[in-house]
Design a protein around this ligand. Sequence first.
Ligand code: CDP
Length: 236
Amino acid sequence: MASGKIIIAIDGYSSTGKSTFAKLVAKGLGYIYADSGALYRAVTYFAFTNGFIDTEGAIDKDNLQKVLPKIEISFKTNKKGESVTCLNDSNIEKYIRTSKISSNVSRIAELPFVRDFVNVMLRRMGQDKGLVMDGRDIGTAVFPNAELKIFMTATEQVRAMRRFKELQAKGEKDTFESVLEGLKKRDYIDTHRSTDPLTKAKDAIELDNSSMTLEEEIEWINRILLPNFNLQVELR
Ligand code: CDP
């Protein structure tokens, strides 16, 4: 039986509940949690606010590539103890979860120079292991040697309903149909891009949580996967 700190890579489609699950697993193991999607969202936010995406949605790739090395994106802990995404030291967490960013992030994330930029930051976070990271290519490209890889899925309808409720709670006006449409478009770009597309790693274990509660997901990882590493998630 293996022991010591490991890297847990959690990949999957949009709105499969990866980040909620990953956060809880990290907390229960005393590990660091890293949301790789937040970095792609932060780059998208930066591109919008600095004029690298025009009103028609065209991306000024050459100039974005030139300035990207000069920006700094980091995760900081706020007063409530939550991890927030910062761009050049300003907290941009609430700006990166809007529908505008969600509908454009995949076009930014498919640019190879953006992926290289983000991957350097992600790999740095894994240097000392003890990390749970979620995204689209964590088990395939960022940490292909991660000790544990999980691939999360759920039906499109279930995923769109989860995202719709999340947006409603934030007071956003999107309809269920537009959320479903946006989700399908993003899945398409994410699975068809030429650099590190979303795909299940050969050695990843699939978790379809269409009809599972979060507690059942934790029970599943504790029973099926973590005993191999002498680890258990403690829910407190
Ligand atoms: O919250 P949700 O699962 O819908 O998305 P996210 O994890 O915040 O990721 C937003 C977008 O960033 C994805 O749709 C991908 O286009 C991109 N992404 C990526 O390409 N690679 C990753 N490792 C993580 C996110």
